[in-house]
Ligand binder design. Structure first.
Ligand code: FAD
Length: 362
């Protein structure tokens, strides 16, 4: 689980030992929700409705005697010198509490009051690491992006890698992606997106190099032999015409240009060096990118409450007794596919459990 949560995943060992993905499944099944598994182990209610989950959670809370106040935004968390005191609602009502959990989510909300978790944490002495959009499409100013020649082209089972200034691969993901009018999107582009800011910052450059491997299951030598085989079968046909069945046709002119190879040539006249460059480009197609799209288009917030200031065993603040945090407001971010929700449930359970114990004087 932790390898799918590149932002702060290791902080979650304790929380997952208390409440992990299997516990989440058991928890909802015990609430009477029938679950089904879809691709990559993702779990959904059989009803396919989020409302089923919400209703079950609200029903359970009510059955335990929890007082629920919806449409009552919290304006302020109240602190005394020795710990939290409670909360003040926008209605002016104050609610006293020995423990308070800040569970306000990330920075994606369009509703300003829903981003209040950060100022409350700052008021308690916490640090917020830089917030940035992650699991978000990537921007590129490459000519083939700006002239829109690849817009809408989707690639299946390719490998995209983020390369640092030293030429080392920071992260690589294999799967599907799509070229858009501004850059790259699709599952593997989203997964790579969270690493771009860090590489850019470290190198001080405005651009980061991504590399695309169009044939991740083959070595360059294997690919060379495979393509030569195809060309040899039709030695009088142009490269362009033979290869368009194997390589996306819209990519071919760019690949030919980058390799100094003419698409009009034939197998009989295949020039050695340009052909080598061509197969190298198929395995290592460089795409310079400048950054990512904004929060409005992101699935997840990178950055948040500094994890060094939170106890991983309880989710309680190390700075303000009785103050707890859980979910995306923390400096934790995972890949899409359920990992953020899993992290939110695990930290939520841990915070709830310990906040409850504290409130009961344990
Ligand atoms: C479009 C979209 C798709 C996503 N897809 C995935 C996915 O496939 N897989 C995945 O793992 N994650 C996904 N995520 C991320 C995931 O939804 C979040 O990580 C997760 O919901 C975070 O849970 P949370 O409880 O911390 O915060 P949230 O779910 O954001 O809940 C925060 C709650 O706090 C309330 N709140 C905020 N301020 C106040 C206040 N002042 N007073 C009272 N209440 C307040 C808000 O109204 C909100 O209900 C997606 C996110 C988006 C936006």
């Amino acid at each position: 689980m932790i390898q799918y949560i590149p932002g702060g995943g290791r902080f979650l060992y304790s929380a997952f030992s208390l409440f992990n993905n299997r516990d989440i499944i058991a928890f909802f099944e015990n609430l009477g929700i029938a679950l089904k598994e879809e691709d990559n182990g993702r779990m959904f209610p059989v009803s396919d409705k989020a409302k089923t989950v919400v209703d079950a959670l609200i029903g359970k809370a009510r059955s335990l005697g929890v007082r629920l106040l919806t449409h009552h935004p919290v304006q302020e968390v109240l602190f005394a010198e020795n710990g939290v005191q409670g909360v003040k609602l926008t209605t002016g009502e104050q609610i006293e509490a020995k423990s308070v959990i800040i569970a306000t989510g990330g920075n994606l909300s369009r509703i300003p009051v829903n981003r209040d978790g950060y100022p409350w944490a700052i008021a308690a002495g916490h640090t917020i690491t830089e917030l940035y959009p992650t699991e978000v499409p990537i921007i590129s100013k490459e000519p083939f992006i700006t002239d829109r020649s690849l817009q809408g082209l989707s690639l299946r089972n390719v490998k995209l890698a983020v390369i640092n200034a030293k030429g080392k691969t920071v992260v690589a993901h294999q799967g599907d992606m799509i070229f858009t009018h501004f850059g790259l999107s699709g599952p593997i582009a989203l997964r790579c997106s969270g690493f771009i800011r860090g590489v850019k910052k470290k190198s001080g450059s405005n651009e980061v190099r991504l590399t695309l491997d169009l044939f991740p299951e083959m070595s360059q030598a294997g690919l060379d032999a495979y393509l030569r085989g195809l060309l040899a079968d039709e030695p009088k046909k142009t490269l362009k015409n033979v290869l368009k069945g194997t390589i996306p046709e819209r990519l071919l002119p760019i690949l030919f240009e980058r390799s100094d190879l003419s698409g009009e040539t034939t197998f009989e006249h295949l020039p050695k060096e340009p052909w080598l460059a061509f197969t190298a480009n198929l395995k290592n197609f460089s795409i310079m990118v400048t950054g990512t799209r904004p929060f409005e288009e992101a699935f997840v917030t990178g950055g948040g409450i500094h994890l060094k200031e939170i106890s991983p065993q309880t989710m309680e603040s190390k700075l303000m007794p009785g103050l707890f945090f859980c979910g995306e407001v923390l400096d934790i971010h995972g890949y899409t596919g359920g990992y953020n929700i899993t992290a939110a449930f695990a930290t939520g359970y841990t915070a709830g459990h310990h906040a409850g114990l504290l409130a009961q004087g344990h």
